[in-house]
Design a binder for this molecule. Structure first.
Ligand code: 13P
Length: 262
């Protein structure tokens, strides 16, 4: 358990302007006094709209993807410095959809991670196994390698700006959530891996988020686990009322005494 809980909405390639308006109308009363973090990652084109609407509510806004270069001739890419300049504060890196559809490799993901951290962004580093890999008993070796290779050579002073999101591919958009126990088992493995790679004090400060069919009905069972510090949510983050319900669960969880670290 780290110092704070996180609810991060990954809107993927969804939401038109009218959906965004409805989202904020449906959020209802959204307190800015809170112990947990609420963040949103819209499509890049909606960053300015989101910044205008979300910042007053103290919702951080970030990108779903980022370039491994900071400027120049890279048509269609988003630079880390430009994202910061526009008001964004974080980026997802290595989402399974980017790994699978756009063939992003661990080495490429590592370059994006390093550059984003160097420029001052927080990185939500995503990892997770496919169903086939899980069925073959390869979950830990797959996730372990993704972490070792993707988080290679991160200078010590930048490591605290990393959040790891475990998103089993078989649970994304399928309605099939990992059980809280299944998720906790991998989160504990990730925490142990980070302890081996870096050190225990730091590893206990890195928030570990779970993603994959998280919704208001199952979020509490996940957040109660010792090594689950929040959720990275796709489908259930698109509607304001659902996002609010997820945030309410994080709020409730934040108020349960525990051994908060960091
Ligand atoms: P769903 O919550 O729609 O399963 O998506 C999870 C995800 O990929 C978040 O990044």
């Amino acid at each position: 358990m780290t110092a704070k809980f996180y609810i991060v909405g990954n809107w993927k390639m969804n939401q038109k302007l009218e959906d965004i308006n409805s989202f904020f109308n449906d959020l209802g009363e959204f307190s800015t006094e809170r112990q947990y973090e609420a963040w949103l990652a819209p499509q890049a084109i909606h960053l300015p709209t989101l910044l205008e609407k979300a910042k007053p509510l103290k919702i951080e806004v970030g990108s779903q993807n980022i370039s491994d270069n900071d400027s120049g001739a890279h048509t269609g890419e988003t630079s880390p410095s430009s994202l910061l300049d526009a008001g964004g504060s974080f980026t997802l890196v290595g989402h399974s959809e980017r790994r699978a559809i756009y063939k992003e490799t661990d080495e490429f993901i590592n370059r994006k991670t390093l550059l984003s951290l160097e420029k001052g962004l927080t990185v939500i580093f995503c990892c997770g196994e496919t169903l086939e890999e899980r069925e073959k008993g390869m979950t830990e070796s797959v996730v372990g390698h993704q972490i070792e290779d993707g988080l290679k050579d991160i200078p010590e002073n930048l490591r605290e700006k990393i959040i790891v999101a475990y998103e089993p591919v078989w649970a994304i958009g399928t309605g099939k959530t990992a059980s809280p126990e299944q998720a906790e088992e991998v989160h504990l493995f990730i925490r142990t891996k980070l302890t081996e790679l870096w050190d225990g004090t730091l590893a206990h400060k890195i928030p570990l988020l779970y993603g994959g069919s998280v919704k208001p009905a199952n979020v509490e069972g996940l957040l109660i686990q010792q090594n689950i510090d929040g959720a990275l949510v796709g489908g259930a983050s698109l509607k304001g009322a659902d996002f609010k319900a997820l945030c309410d669960a994080a709020d409730k969880r934040s108020k349960i005494p525990g051994q908060l670290q960091g």
